[in-house]
Ligand binder design. Structure first.
Ligand code: NAD
Ligand code: AKB
Length: 320
């Protein structure tokens, strides 16, 4: 049975990953941690610690007290927030990962670390983006993601730490709002469609990016961590995707459910520049071949479920 520590557990991914892990491995076997309290379910549904991932002593205590053998390291600052405070982004994203890898090495833990489509840059082939290709990102977030992939490779090669990771695309979910990324529009659009019947998008209508619905993202992380290590060649940076969409295409899909939904555009040059430096579509064949990755949600299915779930949360759509 795995005993797990999740860092950054109160964020968009952690608030859904933790309940899934607790259901699978037992509630007492999954310790959620963050620098802030999350939902009641997260904080009271099993062990919870206030923990800064840069604090090596606190990390080591947590691993030893709870006999942890696996760390899901989610604590990070995302792309748009990262450009507002590059110094803190470097400190949390790389400083935190370094401490996590060190305590993992000392305590014999496996480590899951998400990378991102942000690990690519304007020199990368954009459609499709190969698994192994040029990585010269132009954001601090992207720089920390590439360096993080390399650090994880290093700890595996040099010290035998069982490090694994995915390059997630923009994630869409309805439990916890996203934490300051460039793909946040693809979540905001649903809240605004239901609450106000309209949305002003900060990316241009034809900006195509890879997206994924949260249940697929959670399943991918667990499947990768449970995969046969012998089969993993790209262990720390698997391209994964589920769908490609532009704001205009997503709006069109939402209109199938909410026919009066209107979208307008007020492009934010900073976030548009970030999106324009990322892939339009990644090639995820390595993940499919090495550990059997298959997404279950396409644009149509994800949109239907987001509207159904968010209607329960924010109320019925506004009348036309
Ligand atoms: P999020 O911003 O929603 O959550 C991150 C959490 O980390 C927050 O709850 C925050 O309080 C916590 N945190 C910040 N600094 C911390 C510190 N010093 N110590 C401990 N906790 C700290 O992010 P998320 O969307 O859940 O992302 C989790 C991981 O997945 C990150 O590595 C992110 O880069 C990656 N990722 C996310 C997406 C996405 O679309 N959500 C896409 C690609 C990759
Ligand atoms: C962001 O937009 O920063 C994240 C990501 C793709 O890493 N959603």
């Amino acid at each position: 049975m795995k005993r797990i520590l999740v860092t950054g557990a109160a964020g968009q991914i952690g608030s859904e990953l933790v309940p899934t892990l607790r259901e699978r491995y037992g509630r007492e076997h999954v310790v959620a941690s963050d620098i802030k309290h999350g939902s009641d379910a997260l904080t009271h549904g099993g062990p919870f610690l206030l923990l800064d991932c840069r604090d090596a002593d606190a990390l080591a205590d947590a691993l030893q007290q709870h006999a942890v053998d696996t760390i899901f390291h989610l604590a990070a600052i995302l792309s748009a927030a990262g450009e507002r405070d590059p110094r803190r982004t470097y400190d949390v994203n790389l400083g935190g990962l370094f401490q996590v890898l060190e305590v993992a090495r000392e305590n014999g833990c496996a480590v899951f670390t998400p990378s991102s489509i942000a690990a690519f840059g304007p020199d990368t082939p954009r459609d499709p983006t190969p698994q192994d290709t040029v990585q010269r990102p132009t954001t601090m977030y992207g720089v920390t993601k590439v360096a993080g992939e390399l650090l994880c490779d290093y700890y595996h090669r040099r010290f035998g730490v069982d490090t694994r990771g995915l390059r997630y695309p923009g994630l869409i979910s309805h439990v916890t709002p996203p934490g300051g990324g460039t793909t946040d529009y693809a979540v905001d659009i649903f809240y605004h469609a239901l609450r106000h019947g309209r949305y002003t998008c900060f990316l241009a209508p034809d900006t195509q990016l890879d997206l994924m619905y949260m249940p697929d993202a959670i399943r991918a992380a667990i499947e990768l961590m449970e995969a046969d290590a012998e089969r993993l060649h790209h262990r720390n940076a698997f391209n994964v995707t589920a769908m490609q969409a532009t704001p205009a295409r997503l709006a069109q899909e939402i209109r199938r459910h909410l026919p009066h939904f209107a979208i307008e555009y007020a492009v934010d040059p900073a976030r548009q520049a970030i999106a324009d430096s990322w892939p339009r579509r990644v090639d995820d064949r390595a993940a499919r071949e090495e550990w059997g990755w298959r997404p279950e949600y396409d644009l149509e299915r994800m949109t239907a479920e987001m509207i159904e779930q968010l209607s329960l949360k924010v109320g019925k759509p506004v009348p036309a």
